[in-house]
Unconditional design. Structure first.
Length: 293
C-alpha cells in the first residue's frame, strides 16, 4: 500500500507544483477572454447584458469604415514602433557589448526611458514639443526654421507619437538583445577576424544568425505591448487630430468608458486578440522554419 501511495505521490507531484500557475492562468487569462467573447455576442446597456446578438457586433465593426481606418493606423503604429525600437535597441546593444569606459553608467542612462511611466512620458514630450514654450520649437525658431505644432498636424502626429514610443520602449529591446549578444562565443569572433572577415561580414554571418530567435521573441513581446497601448496615445493626442492617431486599443477605451457600448468594445477587443494571434503565428512559423534549416 505504501508503495502504491508513493507512486501516486510521485506522479502527482509535478501537478501539485504547476497547479497554482494553472489556476492563475485560468483566472487571469482564460476566464476574462471567455467572458469577453460571451459579452461580444450580446447587446448591452451600460454594463448589463441585454439579449443575444450573435455576430451582430462583429458585422457592425467590419462594415464600419472607421474600424478599418483604425486597423491601418494601428498597423502603422506597431510596425513603425517595432522598426525603430529594434533598430535602436540593437545598435545600442552592440555598443554596450564592448568593453568601454563607463559602460555601466551608459547602460543605466540608456535604460532610463523604460522605467518612466507612459503618463510621464506623454507629459514630458508634450512639453518638449509645445509650439509656444517647448525647447524643440525654441531651437527650430533659433535656427530660422520656424515653430511647428507637431501634435496638431495630421501628417506629423502619428510619426511623432511613434518616435516617442520608440524612445520609451527601445531599452526593452536593448536589454534582451544585449543578453543575447553576451551568449555569443568570443572564439567565433576571434576566428573570423583571423580569417580576415570584415565587421559587416561578422555581423551578418555570425551575430545576426545567432540573435535571430532573440530578435523574433523581442518582436513578439513588443507587438503584444504596442497593440494594447492606451495611456501614451490617450494623453499625448487623445486619438487626434481628426482621428489620425486613434489606434484600436484607444477605440476600445473610448467605446467602453466614454460611450458605454460594452458589446462593441468587447468585440473589438477580441479582434485585437485575433490580430495578436495572427502575428504570433507568423513569428512562430519563422522560428520553426529557421530551426528546420
Amino acid at each position: 500500500m505504501d508503495k502504491v501511495n508513493s507512486k501516486l505521490t510521485g506522479r502527482a507531484l509535478p501537478i501539485y507544483f504547476i497547479a497554482p500557475t494553472i489556476f492563475l492562468l485560468v483566472v487571469v487569462v482564460a476566464y476574462p477572454i471567455t467572458y469577453s467573447f460571451y459579452v461580444s455576442l450580446h447587446k448591452t446597456e451600460y454594463l448589463k447584458v441585454i439579449s443575444f446578438n450573435g455576430i451582430g457586433n462583429y458585422i457592425y465593426l467590419l462594415q464600419d469604415t472607421v474600424f478599418w481606418r483604425d486597423v491601418l493606423i494601428s498597423t502603422k503604429y506597431v510596425v513603425g514602433s517595432l522598426a525603430g525600437a529594434i533598430t535602436l535597441g540593437l545598435l545600442l546593444a552592440l555598443v554596450l557589448n564592448r568593453r568601454l569606459p563607463l559602460t555601466e553608467w551608459f547602460r543605466t542612462i540608456c535604460a532610463l526611458p523604460w522605467v518612466i511611466s507612459q503618463t510621464v512620458t506623454a507629459l514630458l514630450w508634450i512639453w518638449l514639443l509645445d509650439p509656444s514654450f517647448g525647447p524643440v520649437n525654441y531651437l527650430l525658431d533659433s535656427l530660422g526654421i520656424g515653430r511647428f505644432n507637431f501634435i496638431a498636424n495630421e501628417m506629423s502626429a502619428l510619426p511623432v507619437i511613434i518616435g516617442v514610443n520608440v524612445w520609451m520602449s527601445y531599452p526593452f529591446a536593448m536589454i534582451l538583445l544585449l543578453a543575447g549578444l553576451q551568449t555569443v562565443p568570443q572564439e567565433l569572433y576571434e576566428a573570423s577576424r583571423i580569417d580576415g572577415a570584415s565587421v559587416v561580414q561578422i555581423f551578418f554571418r555570425i551575430t545576426l544568425p545567432i540573435l535571430r530567435n532573440t530578435l523574433l521573441a523581442t518582436c513578439f513581446l513588443l507587438t503584444f505591448y504596442y497593440f494594447t497601448m492606451v495611456t501614451l496615445i490617450l494623453i499625448f493626442t487623445g486619438g487626434g487630430p481628426v482621428g489620425s492617431t486613434e489606434v484600436l486599443s484607444l477605440r476600445v477605451f473610448n467605446e467602453t468608458f466614454l460611450y458605454w457600448r460594452i458589446g462593441e468594445a468587447t468585440a473589438l477587443g477580441i479582434m485585437i486578440f485575433l490580430l495578436n494571434f495572427i502575428f504570433s503565428l507568423f513569428y512562430i512559423r519563422i522560428i520553426r522554419h529557421e530551426s528546420d534549416l
